[in-house]
Design a protein around this ligand. Sequence first.
Ligand code: GLC
Length: 429
Amino acid sequence: MTRRDYLQMLGVAAAAAQAAKSAPAAGDATRAQRMKWWHEARFGMFIHWGLYSTLGRHEWVMENEGIPVAEYELQAKKFKPKPNFARDWARLAKAAGQKYMVMTTKHHEGFCNFDSKLTDYCAPKQGPGRDLVKEYVEAARAEGMRVGFYYSLMDWHHPDGARCATDEAARRRFVDYIHGQVRELLTNYGKVDILWYDVNWPLKPEGWEADKLNDMVFQLQPEIIVNNRTGLPGDFATPEQRITADSRPWESCMTMNDSWGYQKADDNWKSPKTIVRNLVTCAHDTGNYLLNIGPTADGSIPPESTRILTTVGKWMERNGPTIYQSETCQPRRSQFAGFTRKGNTLYAHVYFWPGDTIAIGGLMNKVKSAHLYAGNKEVKFDQDKFRLRLTGLPEKAPDDPATTIAIECDDVPRQDTDYIRKERPRDKA
Ligand code: GLC
């Protein structure tokens, strides 16, 4: 088979796959509109913050250490956040190149960071003496961030939170409580961009009356998007601590160390390089990356998180356009780079810099030009049927944690390493 035949075959297959992917299902028109900003945003900040932050031993401490409700509740009086805590969060998110934030309004522990008429176990009526969600919303908006609310359905504090599974009267009370709180959250804080449900234990979507819940959500906030953790599909999937592309919109949520909530002793921090690589991996398959911070009891961001996000943000300042609004990218094979794509341009994000020459195998397009993306410096290249070689590069990586090279092709970039394996001449003559 000639290369051209081969390309044609690939082209047809790619066009067919693309068409199948983008064919809208019935009723998806408003979804596409609602989700446009989110797809373009690519990178968000997750914030886990609650009473567990005062203990500093992970957000599951109440359950994992078997702490009695009455004993745990004492933390509510000790929770005394500093003024303007959320400003630093929002400023850091902006500096990191993140476009939206999602804060725990209530985690599994049941404590509400917002003002609720339905319980006294909420920030304004306990230690904080004020509405922490309100401060978060104001700070996020001031930095131009989209605003998301995480809300845990599972509740370890509410008297009906477990027995609702076996007692209908308890279920009725508990589901009314949950729906009522979601109503408060989506009524009292202006426009909310994302509702991020979590853990639907111990009920099924029917038990939660999740359809009815989402109907109310869209009635209150017609432009909102919701995730899939009621057990219904919602608008997007939420792979956790892993990056798995999905045929539907998806967002990978991940910790920066191994804990969502503040855990003093957790020093297993990911490097800025790992974060950039993860972001590139998400962008490769048009997924989002929701990266967590776990502030301390007073709302301070752990210094390691600030350091990592600041480095990532500087990289995003130079390379952001190759990540935001990137399109599905087929090439993926390299031992030192991740790829993203926009139109006919392939971006190779080289995180292990090999030195003077960088080669990419099986690129099936004719390359028209190559540039170091940051600074737009031209890169020399040569190309045969099997290999693209970028040459005359500096010995040391020009950028850190990754150097992005823009490779402009004559068509949508495609890579086929099988082509090399099959067609590369094996005789040495
Ligand atoms: C899990 C954990 C929870 C965390 C969430 C984030 O469901 O239970 O602690 O908030 O993941 O995705």
